[in-house]
Design a binder for this molecule. Structure first.
Ligand SMILES: Cc1ncc(COP(=O)(O)O)c(C=O)c1O
Length: 406
C-alpha cells in the first residue's frame, strides 16, 4: 500500500483540476501572447478568467495577481523586486543599505534571496521564534520583539503564514499593523496555507503574498504573487526580462494549462475548507494518538494540537528521543518495504531532505541537533484515509522499536 503523508512537500493533482486543464493542453494550445489570431486570443481570455478566479479565492483584484512558476519565484520576485525598486522607502540603492526583517524559521526560498540582498549591501535581521519549551506558542515570533527590531530603514518584513515543517501559524494581521505603522511593507509566504486556513489578503494586511499550485492539489511549476495595488500601491522591479508578460514583471510565455489548473485547484480548496478542515484535524489527531500510544517518550514539535489558531490542521511533527536520527527515515522505509508498503514521510522540508544538516526550523525551536534529526514531519491531505494513518503509525512504531533494539 502506498501511504503518502508528505503533503507539505507536494500534493496529488485533483482529478477535477486535471479535467479543467486538459483542453488547454490538447485542443487550445495557443500562446496567450499571440493577439493576432483566435487561438491566441482564446488563451488570453482563459488566462484572464483564471486570474479573476484565483484573485477571488484570496480576496484580491485580478490586476493584483502576477503568475509565476511557484512560491520560490514569487518569494524571489517579491523580495528582490522590492529591494531593487528605486524610490523605495529606505536609502536609494541597495548598496546604500536598507533593512529587511524576517524570521529564522522561514523557507529557504525567503532566507536565500535575503542572504543575496545582504551580500549586496542590505541589513537583514532574522528574528528568533518562541522555543519549544517556552511559555508561548512554539515557533511564533514575539510581536514586541518584532516591533522593536523595525528601524527607519526597514522597507520590508517577510513572515510566512503557516510553517511548512511545524505548522505554526503566525499572527499576520497583528504583524501587518506593526509593520505598516512603521511605514514598511509586509510580504507573506502563503504557500502552505491556502485551503487549510482562511487566506484573504485584506484581512491579513499583506502587501505581497506568495502561492504555489502544487501545494493545494494543483499542478507543479505554477504559482502566483499577489502585489497590492490599492491604498498602499506596491511597485516592484522585474527580475526577469523578455516578452514583457505579466505587466513586464515576469516575462516568459504563460503556462496556460498550469494556471488554469492552479485557479481550479484554489477554487476547490477554498470551497471545500468547511468540510475538509475538521476531517484533516481529526485524522491528524488520530495519527498523534496512535503514535504516542505506541512510542515511548515521543513528543510534539511545534504548537499544541488543540490550539487551532496556532497550528496548521494537516501538520504533525514529532521527535523521538534516544534514537539515531541519521537512520530514522531509512529504517522506517525499510520496515515499510518489508511489509510491502511505501511510506512517504520526511524529516523536514523537501528542499533540505537530501542534505545531512538537521532542520533549521527545529534548531530555531531550541532542539539540539540529535533531536532535530530524530524528528519526523507529516503532512495530510484531502486524499488521506484513516487506514493509511493507522498503518503508518504501526510501521513507524515498528521502525522505532528496531532502532531502539540496536
Ligand atoms: C512555505 C514555503 N514557501 C515556498 C516553497 C517553495 O514553493 P515552490 O515549490 O512552489 O517553489 C515551499 C515549498 O516547499 C514552502 O513550503
Amino acid at each position: 500500500m502506498a501511504i503518502y503523508l508528505d503533503n507539505h512537500a507536494t500534493t496529488r493533482l485533483d482529478s477535477r483540476v486535471l479535467e479543467a486543464m486538459l483542453p488547454w493542453l490538447t485542443e487550445h494550445y495557443g500562446n496567450a501572447g499571440s493577439a493576432t489570431h483566435g487561438m491566441g486570443r482564446l488563451a488570453r481570455e482563459k488566462v484572464e478568467e483564471a486570474r479573476a478566479d484565483f484573485a477571488e479565492c484570496i480576496g484580491a483584484e485580478p490586476r493584483e495577481i502576477v503568475f509565476t512558476s511557484g512560491a520560490t519565484e514569487s518569494n524571489n520576485l517579491a523580495i528582490l523586486g522590492l529591494a531593487a525598486r528605486p524610490g523605495r522607502r529606505s536609502a536609494g540603492t541597495l548598496a546604500q543599505g536598507g533593512h529587511v526583517l524576517t524570521l529564522a524559521t522561514e523557507h529557504p526560498a525567503v532566507l536565500d534571496p535575503l542572504e543575496h540582498l545582504e551580500r549586496a549591501g542590505c541589513t537583514v535581521t532574522r528574528l528568533p521564534v518562541e522555543p519549544q519549551t517556552g511559555p508561548g506558542v512554539p515557533g511564533r515570533v514575539d510581536l514586541a520583539a518584532l516591533a522593536a527590531a523595525l528601524t527607519p530603514a526597514t522597507f520590508l518584513v517577510s513572515v510566512m503564514l503557516a510553517n511548512n515543517e511545524i505548522g505554526t501559524l503566525q499572527e499576520i494581521p497583528a504583524i501587518a499593523r506593526i509593520v505598516h505603522a512603521q511605514g514598511a511593507l509586509l510580504h507573506v509566504d502563503c504557500a502552505q496555507a491556502l485551503g487549510r486556513v482562511p487566506v484573504a489578503v485584506d484581512a491579513l494586511g499583506a502587501d505581497l503574498a506568495s502561492f504555489s499550485g502544487h501545494k493545494f492539489h494543483g499542478p507543479k511549476g505554477v504559482g502566483a504573487l499577489y502585489v497590492r495595488r490599492r491604498e498602499r500601491v506596491v511597485r516592484l522591479e522585474a527580475r526577469q526580462f523578455g516578452g514583457g508578460q505579466e505587466r513586464g514583471l515576469r516575462s516568459g510565455t504563460l503556462d496556460v494549462p498550469g494556471l488554469v489548473g492552479m485557479a481550479a485547484a484554489a477554487g476547490v480548496a477554498v470551497a471545500g475548507m468547511g468540510e475538509e478542515v475538521p476531517r484533516l484535524e481529526s485524522l491528524r489527531n488520530r495519527l498523534w494518538q496512535r503514535l504516542s500510544a505506541r512510542i515511548e517518550g515521543i513528543a510534539l514539535n511545534g504548537p499544541k494540537l488543540e490550539d487551532r489558531n496556532a497550528r496548521l490542521v494537516n501538520n504533525l511533527n514529532v521527535r523521538v528521543p534516544g534514537i539515531d536520527g541519521q537512520s530514522l527515515l531509512a529504517t522506517v522505509a525499510n520496515v515499510a518495504a518489508a511489509a510491502g508498503d511505501d511510506l512517504a514521510v520526511s524529516s523536514g522540508s523537501a528542499c533540505s531532505s537530501e542534505s545531512p544538516r538537521p532542520s533549521h526550523v527545529l534548531l530555531a525551536l531550541g532542539l539540539g541537533e540529535d533531536l532535530a534529526r530524530a524528528s519526523l514531519r507529516f503532512g495530510l491531505s484531502r486524499f488521506t484515509q484513516e487506514e493509511e494513518i493507522d498503518r503508518a503509525a504501526a510501521l513507524i512504531a515498528r521502525g522505532i522499536d528496531q532502532l531502539r533494539n540496536l
